[in-house]
Design a protein around this ligand. Structure first.
Ligand SMILES: C[S@@+](CC[C@H](N)C(=O)[O-])C[C@H]1O[C@@H](n2cnc3c(N)ncnc32)[C@H](O)[C@@H]1O
Length: 493
């Protein structure tokens, strides 16, 4: 995590003439960014020494009053936070009526007395102080009881799963006299993080409640983050139905890893940061290919691994994905990376249309990869490949990224891989630490049987050449990737 660093927190004030005070104050109140806890201050003659204009030095002489906002910002940047700029431009303040100033007062001493360097805990501390409900030591205790972990997926500030978990926060959330004040806290958090939305992260449950019966639970095949708790901002509908309207109204957050952009709808699609090492490994493997090739991701999600192949030099990348929200994330992410992308909503793609698309540049560089995502079960992949194999470079990599085991896709993977040049199948599985080596051999045996049964080609050989320990999944259980290389002769790859 690389949180926004805040060395000294500044408050943004709005300087305005006396006749405009009321208008500016009411407008800020409506936008929830007026700080009720600080007084409006008269501009003093030596004000230039204390207040720094955000956009160059402005003479204060023409202004008479400073109105406090709840917006805090780091001294590390010289610009006004984008969130404030947005709020202000949506307000009906004439440009002549105000100027923006950053002041270290009156927060400086509070901020410096805080031992924490975490900007989120800092603003929480300031907010608690403004509530005037707890003593200083009590506030320290409340702050220290929380981990304040967070990640930023613009424009989303995602707080760690245990956030606001203590009894004190529960009491505050249930107190009707305080509940309105939370919008001030959220504005402050947005301001220091540069975000507009806040949620508490939840675990991805392996099982979710069935929509058919509240008593039943079903396997969470789509890996939907059902426990994510939105706190601030509009996230869109929780419906599974990805219509044009629901897709447009949804919040789309972004993450950049290994120089690759990924986009996801936080309430519909999981984002797993823990796979970053594996994504980088796939990127390296993709870069090692010497001839034009294609790659397939049988569980494409929003493009976790598919994008690594694309970035690594694959000419064509095909993905299969049943979660429509992930399909849309895949499409948006591929476009953001500057790649050509097509979505097939089930049904047969026309070979001719695919061929002409693959041949076309579509405004992209000729070296730019082409990605296609099939919004259907990966069971259709071998059938689609029968049609497409002749119009694309050989499939050298197939990714089977599903946990706890990707075994349902192994036959499909063998049938998708190029039959002449062979390639590598990346098999994901959770394995007990002490059985990893044995499981590698077992998987190799299973693949040998599948190869013979489904391709009936005895001149092809295979070998599990590498086992990657991606991350700990649970105590004693490791998320592994077994690289199964298939070739006409060992060493030929
Ligand atoms: C654990 S996520 C994997 C995403 C990514 N590969 C990763 O490792 O983070 C599994 C994805 O597979 C999709 N999925 C599950 N079963 C599928 C199937 N039969 N065909 C296509 N996609 C499937 C889910 O919707 C989900 O997006």
């Amino acid at each position: 995590m690389s949180p926004t660093s805040v060395d000294t927190t500044h408050r943004v004030w709005i300087a305005t003439t006396n006749e405009n005070i009321k208008h500016v104050k009411t407008t800020l109140e409506k936008a929830n960014i007026y700080d009720k806890t600080s007084k409006i201050q008269k501009v003093v003659s030596n004000a230039d020494e204390h207040f720094i204009a955000c956009n160059g030095k402005i003479s204060l002489s023409k202004y008479h009053s400073l109105i406090p906002t709840t917006v805090l910002k780091s001294s590390a940047e010289d610009t006004i936070p984008a969130s404030l700029q947005r709020s202000l431009s949506s307000l009906s303040l004439g440009s002549q009526e105000y100027a923006l100033f950053m002041a270290e007062q009156p927060f400086r001493e509070h901020v410096e007395s805080s031992r924490s360097s975490n900007p989120i805990s800092r603003v929480a501390q300031l907010w608690l102080e403004q509530l005037r409900r707890y003593s200083g030591p009590e506030i320290q205790h409340i702050i220290q009881a929380e981990s304040w972990s967070y990640q930023i997926y613009h424009p989303l500030l995602l707080l760690g799963p245990s956030s606001f978990g203590s009894d004190t926060w529960r009491t505050l959330f249930n107190d009707k006299t305080v509940i309105d004040e939370f919008s001030v806290l959220y504005s402050m958090m947005c301001s220091v993080s540069g975000c507009t939305h806040i949620a508490i992260n939840g675990r991805i449950l392996p099982e979710v409640e069935s929509s058919v019966s509240s008593q039943d639970s079903v396997i969470n095949v789509l890996r939907s983050p059902s426990c994510l708790v939105p706190l601030h901002g509009k996230f869109g509908s929780r419906t599974d139905v990805a219509s044009r309207t629901t897709l447009e109204e949804s919040l789309w957050a972004s993450a950049t890893q290994n120089g690759i952009h990924q986009i996801f709808a936080p309430i519909h699609t999981m984002f797993s940061r823990g796979n970053i090492k594996e994504k980088a490994r796939i990127l390296r493997l993709a870069q090692q290919e010497t001839e034009s090739y294609s790659a397939i991701d049988l569980y494409a999600g929003i493009g976790y691994f598919a994008f690594s192949y694309a970035k690594g030099g694959a000419a064509v990348v095909l993905g299969w994905e049943i979660n429509e929200w992930s399909v849309e994330g895949f499409r948006r992410g591929a476009s953001k990376n500057g790649w050509g992308v097509k979505v097939y909503n089930g049904g047969e793609p026309s070979v001719n249309s695919l061929r002409s698309w693959l041949d076309s540049r579509n405004g992209h560089e000729s070296s730019s990869p082409k990605l296609a995502i099939f919004a259907e079960s990966n069971e259709a992949a071998p059938r689609q490949m029968e049609i497409l194999r002749n119009v694309m470079p050989p499939v050298r990599h197939v990714n089977c990224g599903y946990l706890p085991s990707s075994s349902e896709s192994w036959t499909l993977a063998i049938r998708c891989l190029d039959r002449n040049r062979g390639g590598c199948i990346h098999v994901h599985e959770n394995v007990r630490a002490k059985y990893i080596e044995a499981r590698g051999l077992e998987i190799q045996d299973i693949f040998e049987t599948l190869l013979e049964k489904h391709l009936g080609d005895t001149s092809m050989t295979l070998q599990c050449r590498h086992t990657e320990r991606v991350k700990s999944y649970a105590p004693g259980v490791v998320h592994c990737v077994f690289d199964i290389y298939v070739s006409r002769e060992i060493g030929g790859l």
